[in-house]
Design a protein around this ligand. Structure first.
Ligand SMILES: Nc1ncnc2c1ncn2[C@@H]1O[C@H](COP(=O)(O)OP(=O)(O)OP(=O)(O)O)[C@@H](O)[C@H]1O
Length: 257
């Protein structure tokens, strides 16, 4: 399978402190890949370098073969790299569908207008995105009354309006109840399968990671210590040491590969 993302020898230093050190990896087209690691391992720093928020100190980032290292966030986004954040970024005073319509206006490069007729634009298209995340029945509800899990699904719909080739998800299930976490990631897995979008996500909940990731990478103190299938990562002694001081990290039945 060819790669949507290739990262070579990525490094980020802050005043001499090395947050990410010589990291190289790939994400295949149509892959759902997890980037895990303890707090402060360098996951967000990695994401920030992929999206152009931070310029790498060294190394290169290729999107579908094109070198995008150091490009501005907006350029990277226009090239098809989307991102969702741990804290949702919807407009609370607007309805669910208006949030999606506004994202579509941006995607189609239409100037946003507060004129009432602006809300007729892209309404059908917006419904399709809401349908993808099973939110069409909540289209006309204000965002301020949505349950947290519904806000996360809405944020996913908004990210999809830009037709990302690669979607980076920063702790997508943070703050959710365990059953809602698995449900949200099942939705993401379905989207990956049905639409061929590639997803790279960070996550602290191992049940979510093992249930859905095709492959897992492990960062520790800025260095990539594992990159492989669930089974390979589970059996990696260095990973077990990092997580549980040598104890068992994974249950056999969790593995799919
Ligand atoms: N702008 C910055 N200036 C200085 N140090 C930073 C900066 N951003 C991150 N760091 C440091 O780099 C290291 C990696 O941080 P990062 O946020 O990437 O880790 P993380 O794996 O995403 O952690 P978490 O799981 O807690 O979100 C940490 O030690 C952090 O304090």
């Amino acid at each position: 399978m060819s790669e949507i993302l290739r990262v070579e020898n990525l490094k980020k230093s802050y005043d001499g402190f090395v947050a990410v050190n010589g990291v190289s990896f790939g994400v295949a087209k149509g892959e759902l890949k997890a980037l895990i690691g303890p707090n402060g391992a360098g996951k967000s720093t990695c994401f920030n370098m992929l999206t152009g928020q931070h310029r790498p100190t060294e190394g290169e980032v290729f999107l579908d073969g094109e070198n995008i290292t150091g490009r501005k966030t907006r350029d990277v986004w226009r090239k098809g790299v989307g991102r969702t954040f741990q804290i949702t970024g919807t407009y609370q005073s607007m309805t669910v569908i208006e949030n999606v319509q506004m994202a579509l206006m941006s995607h189609h490069r239409k100037l946003f207008s507060m004129m009432p007729r602006a809300w007729k634009l892209y309404r059908d298209e917006a419904f399709e995105f809401l349908d993808t995340v099973a939110m069409a029945d909540q289209a006309d509800r204000p965002c301020s009354v949505l349950a947290y899990g519904d806000l996360k699904r809405l944020e996913l719909a908004i990210a999809l309006t830009h037709r990302p080739r690669l979607l980076l998800m920063d702790e997508p299930t943070a703050g959710m109840a365990p059953s809602a976490r698995i449900e949200l990631m099942q939705l993401v897995a379905d989207i990956v399968k049905d639409q061929g979008v590639s997803v790279l996500f960070t996550e602290h909940d191992m049940d979510v990671v093992f249930a859905h990731a095709h492959h897992i990478m492990v960062l520790n103190r800025g260095e990539l210590i594992a990159d492989g299938s669930v089974t390979e990562v589970r059996n990696n002694p260095q990973v077990q040491e990092v997580y549980l001081g040598g104890g068992t990290l994974f249950k056999e039945e969790d593995a799919h590969a």
